[in-house]
Design a protein around this ligand. Structure first.
Ligand code: GLN
Length: 440
């Protein structure tokens, strides 16, 4: 009996000790765990943020925020968010900060709280090398200009009288548009355009005239964020201890220019935006959204019609007795159904002109036509399969019956009705009796 109690006590002591150990380890790890900030980034703006060939996130901003974290005692968890979605994400509190070569502007400073400036930049106009007519903003009146959506470049372009401004999700796509000759100029941050010209295969493009603006980049955080003093403190530390210089030199091969503590004329709001201001954003966006909806409607109806025509022909080709025709149709269908639609649109809009131009032939694509071509080609592949399956769903017996009645293939297609459509409305029993009926 005593032996039994001894074992019981021993078990109890071991259990309590293990619990104590567990509690101690958890609280110790919490105490030593560093603060982690969720930082938004869109890695398509080299050399500030982009992905290496192996898919690794890199760039000036990436190195900078990591160094700031090291100096201020926090770690960084990156989250990919499109550039024009960064401010809404900060306002919603989904992320703690962002690095995106974001220019500190008065409008943005009303929506988010910026760190002290960390980079001096400016906008520049890029044109095709052979273009000698464009030297300044005034020369861009009535011209076609490509910009990245939601950027200071896009804002500047909007103010040019009669300009046809085309927006792209990424600056490199806007530059590609210029290379293809679809636009006359691109307005973009000079460091990015220069980097793209230096490293990319954007031959035939140059920067014209002087920089249009003087801009400073800042790290945006939600309004009145508690992390902002931490970020500013880290930034000041690395500016003073030489780390900033090292990072600058690594990406730009030159000494950094001096940076101001703050930007004169830009008031940083400390009050959150009121709900009415929020509503005005929606009202301002309505006309653009409606115009976009109309374009979508036009695109959908034209490409559905063309897709139906092409798809019907392809569907018949899929069942042809000529094996080479069957294989061509099959390859087409597999290609268009097996690759993402966005890739197809890019290949048609950017790829085809680049390919034709590399052969020395001048060729450009209208945006609307390119979209119609891509959507129709894609739709045709899907419709082809519907047509093929529809034809094949008709029993062989019915085609044989048609042939025995002397109908040729066209007549068979025209008059042979599937029992389902002919029997519509008949009671179930009668339907099955009538199976295989041909109506001529
Ligand atoms: N500096 C520009 C802006 O803030 C562009 C930044 C970007 O595209 N990442 O609007």
């Amino acid at each position: 009996m005593t032996q039994f109690y001894k074992v019981k006590w021993l078990r109890l002591i071991i259990l309590s000790l293990s619990c104590l150990l567990l509690v101690l380890t958890v609280s110790l790890s919490q105490a030593t765990e560093q603060k982690q900030l969720k930082v938004a980034v869109e890695p398509v703006f080299a050399p500030f943020e982009f992905k290496s060939a192996t898919g690794e996130l890199q760039g000036f901003d990436v190195d900078l925020i990591r160094a700031i974290g090291e100096a201020a005692g926090f770690t960084v968890e990156f989250q990919t968010i499109a550039f024009d979605g960064i401010i809404p994400a900060l306002q919603a509190g989904t992320v703690d900060a962002a690095v995106g070569a974001m220019t500190i502007t008065p409008e943005r400073a009303r929506a988010v709280s910026f760190s002290r400036p960390y980079f001096k930049a400016g906008l520049a106009i890029a044109v095709q090398t052979k273009n000698q007519n464009i030297r300044s903003l005034d020369d861009l009146q009535g011209k076609k200009i490509a910009v990245q959506i939601g950027t200071t470049g896009a804002e500047t372009a909007k103010k040019i009288p009669n300009a046809d401004v085309r927006t792209f999700n990424e600056a490199v796509l806007a530059l590609q548009e210029l290379r293809n000759g679809n636009v006359d100029a691109v307005i973009n941050d000079a460091p990015t355009t220069l980097y793209a010209l230096r490293t990319g295969n954007l031959s035939g493009i140059r920067i014209t005239g002087d920089f249009l603006t003087e801009e400073y980049y800042g790290i945006p955080t939600p309004l009145n964020s508690q992390n902002l003093p931490l970020i500013n403190q880290g930034l000041t530390t690395i500016l003073n201890d030489g780390t900033y210089q090292k990072i600058y030199q690594k990406w730009f091969n030159t000494q950094p220019p001096p940076l101001p503590q703050s930007i004169p004329g830009i008031e940083q709001t400390t009050q959150p935006a009121n709900s009415l201001q929020f509503l005005s954003v929606i009202f301002n966006a309505l006309p653009v959204l409606l115009a976009g909806a109309l374009v979508t409607l036009a695109l959908a109806s034209i490409s559905a019609f063309l897709g139906l025509l092409g798809g019907s022909l392809l569907g018949i080709a899929r069942l042809s007795s000529l094996s080479w025709l069957r294989w061509i149709a099959r390859a087409y269908v597999d290609f268009f159904r097996g690759t993402p639609l966005l890739v197809q649109i890019f290949m048609i809009y950017f790829g085809i002109p680049a390919l034709i131009q590399s052969l020395g032939i001048q060729f450009t694509f209208d945006r609307f036509i390119a979209a119609v071509v891509a959507l129709s080609c894609n739709g045709a592949a899907y419709i082809a399969e519907i047509v093929r399956a529809g034809i094949q769903s008709i029993e062989l017996g019915q085609s044989e019956a048609a042939r025995s009645l002397g109908l040729n293939p066209v007549q068979t297609m025209r008059y042979l009705r599937s029992c389902t459509s002919f029997n519509k409305g008949l009671p179930k029993k009668e339907k099955s009796e009538r199976k295989g009926v041909i109506k001529i």
